[in-house]
Design a binder for this molecule. Structure first.
Ligand SMILES: NC(=O)C1=CN([C@@H]2O[C@H](COP(=O)(O)OP(=O)(O)OC[C@H]3O[C@@H](n4cnc5c(N)ncnc54)[C@H](OP(=O)(O)O)[C@@H]3O)[C@@H](O)[C@H]2O)C=CC1
Ligand SMILES: O=C(O)C1=N[C@H](C(=O)O)C[C@H](O)C1
Length: 251
């Protein structure tokens, strides 16, 4: 495949390495030095088979539109834009384009998403446990809560009675006990700590014990491999997909 990378930062550079290891070709890379090169005409000129988009929440929507205009499938890893999901799905389908997005492309986190939903369903029988989500990321992260934490929270809200929305608190580790969190709200606590690639924990706490599930990324390789696998997966497809369509964990 000929791959264009919209966003050539921490993720873009690892994706390039994995793509080359898998015998793909990287035909265009975009960062702030050459933003104007990211046009539909250029994507067609370099004959890109796919765009992998890991840029930032302010740039991602325009970049997806460029991919649609060029008719090139786009894999979106950038987070912080999910308010526009329904709108993008509609445009993608109306224009007969292809897009796959994931808040987290790692296999481990996608297994975690599945376990999280099963656990939340089970916990309906034990309402005396209070649930909370915590995410920890490096200090350069622009969005909070993380996209992954939002997906985890949605998994809980859709499965657990009594929680109907999430509330985010970005802390420096201070006690969140003083925060007003309503009974129907699921607290997502966000912490920013130097060099942490991404750690997510779901905690159920009662007076007598606690249950925790936790995913710790040791580096960014799992995210990057998942994005390249997604680019390979969409090659014979049209339409709007999420990682759930690619990773199936039915027992
Ligand atoms: N879904 C997943 O599995 C994962 C998602 N992410 C998400 O991916 C995104 C990128 O993360 P990361 O690589 O760590 O961030 P970085 O800040 O390291 O990289 C962002 C890149 O985007 C470039 N950029 C800036 N403006 C534009 C633009 N208008 N168009 C295209 N590129 C642009 C930056 O250029 P320059 O540096 O020159 O300014 C930089 O090369 C974030 O939203 C993050 O949350 C991250 C990891 C996993
Ligand atoms: O910005 C990051 O680094 C990450 N972003 C994604 C998110 O917001 O969930 C995925 C991963 O946790 C790393």
């Amino acid at each position: 495949m000929k791959i264009a990378l919209s966003g050539y930062g921490k993720m873009g550079k690892i994706i390039e390495k994995i793509a080359l290891d898998r015998k793909h070709e990287v035909v265009l890379t975009i960062d702030h030095n050459n933003l104007h090169d990211f046009t539909a005409e250029n994507l067609q000129n370099v004959a890109a088979d796919v765009v992998i988009e890991f840029s930032n929440p302010h740039a991602v929507l325009d970049n997806i539109q460029v991919c649609f205009e060029a008719g090139v499938p786009v894999i979106v890893g950038t987070t912080g834009w999910y308010d526009h999901l329904a709108e993008l799905k509609e445009i993608c389908e109306e224009t007969d384009n292809t897009m796959l997005y994931a808040s987290n492309f790692s296999v481990g986190v996608n297994i975690f998403f599945h376990v999280n939903k099963v656990l939340a369903r089970l916990m309906n029988n034990y309402p005396y446990y209070e649930v909370q989500v915590e995410e920890i990321h490096h200090t350069q992260k622009l969005d909070a809560p993380s996209g992954t934490a939002i997906t985890i929270a949605e998994g809980i809200i859709n499965s657990l009675d009594g929680k109907s929305e999430w509330k985010n608190v970005l802390t420096d580790g201070h006690d969140v006990a003083g925060e007003v969190v309503k009974n129907n709200q699921l607290l997502i606590e966000s912490l920013r700590v130097e060099n942490v690639p991404g750690t997510h924990t779901v905690m159920y706490d009662s007076e007598v014990d606690s249950i925790e599930i936790k995913h710790t990324a040791h580096n960014r390789n799992g995210f990057a491999l998942g994005a390249v696998l997604a680019a390979e997966w969409v090659q014979d497809k049209k339409g709007f997909y999420s990682a759930q369509d690619m990773f199936r964990f039915d027992l």
